[in-house]
Ligand binder design. Sequence first.
Ligand SMILES: NC(=O)c1ccc[n+]([C@@H]2O[C@H](COP(=O)([O-])OP(=O)(O)OC[C@H]3O[C@@H](n4cnc5c(N)ncnc54)[C@H](O)[C@@H]3O)[C@@H](O)[C@H]2O)c1
Ligand SMILES: [Zn+2]
Length: 351
Amino acid sequence: VTTASDTVLVGRGLLTGTGEALAGISRPGPILLVTDGNVAPLYLETVREDLVSAGFRPREAVLPPGEGTKTLDTVRGLYGELLAIGADRATPVLGLGGGVVTDLAGFAAATFLRGLRWAALPTTLLAQVDASVGGKTGVNLPEGKNLVGAFHQPDLVRIDPDTLRTLEPRQYRSGLAEAAKTAIALDAELLEALETHPERYRAPGDPEVLATLVGRCVAAKAAVVELDEREAGPRRVLNFGHTLGHAIEAAVGYDGVLHGEAVAVGMAAAIRLSVRQGLLPEQDGERLVGLLRALELPVEVTDLPVRPDGARVRKHLARDKKRRGGKQALVLLAAPGTARILEDQDADELL
Ligand SMILES: NC(=O)c1ccc[n+]([C@@H]2O[C@H](COP(=O)([O-])OP(=O)(O)OC[C@H]3O[C@@H](n4cnc5c(N)ncnc54)[C@H](O)[C@@H]3O)[C@@H](O)[C@H]2O)c1
Ligand SMILES: [Zn+2]
């Protein structure tokens, strides 16, 4: 998949060949390889050997897994590693892991010496279908998620769906929620594939099915991002299910509910609201909520592992509205596979 400013490859076995591909964009020498403690025992050796055989000298930063690592302190540590290998503008950074790792690697690359080249090898379904496309990088502050960051397109993204086999089922399904979002909001053809054979997608099975799923999501996101890199207009359709999803995540303190789980409930709410507002025929609404269920995704707050407090969810929805100057756009559905952005809405309706 080629977009205006980055190149994303999706295919089995792409974890190998990274060294050679990187040599095509930067001269072999030192490289900072960022990963986490879960991914390292699974895939680091393959990537290391590959880099070394292409003439690179990888310096490895193996971070503690989890969202708690996505901080400025961690980035400071990565700057330290870059200094230790005498990095200059030509030194690339490579992120191998989930969205936490790729957001961190990308942000360190965006900011060190005002910008290094970087590449991503995303290994979770969420990172493959979402975080790896679009060039957003960043970290969390104690006050909130993703409050500090930069748009910095990677020079190379290599997505190997075979890495998804080692994911914990819950992590896989969290990513599947984002894939379902892409289908429901943007891609009627993918939606039909999911609806015809939901059992093929519930868990990582047939590698070709996975490669197609990831490839289509990447292509759909890339097409939207290309129109609107800085998220002022059409890119907002990617926020389908996210207004309520984010409020749920915040309400539980980002603990006990995964992003995709919250988004799945948010999508179900947005689908039902689309029906109530007369945008979407009731039958279509039922069909789509049925698909989420068939993919074993939560569609009610009671399906979530932790039940969010309603008053807190409302408070976080109101905060979002305030941040946007009182006006809130909601992403609703005009048809299965076609989202529509409606300005000046009341997000409380989602509740
Ligand atoms: N930049 C963007 O556009 C963008 C988009 C969406 C999400 N994000 C960010 O991504 C982050 C979430 O990403 P995530 O869900 O990938 O979380 P994550 O990086 O924490 O990965 C989830 C878990 O899976 C483990 N893991 C990763 N790959 C594995 C594999 N192949 N096998 C076994 N275990 C593996 C990780 O160690 C971790 O424990 C959030 O911080 C979010 O803000 C960014
Ligand atoms: Zn999301």
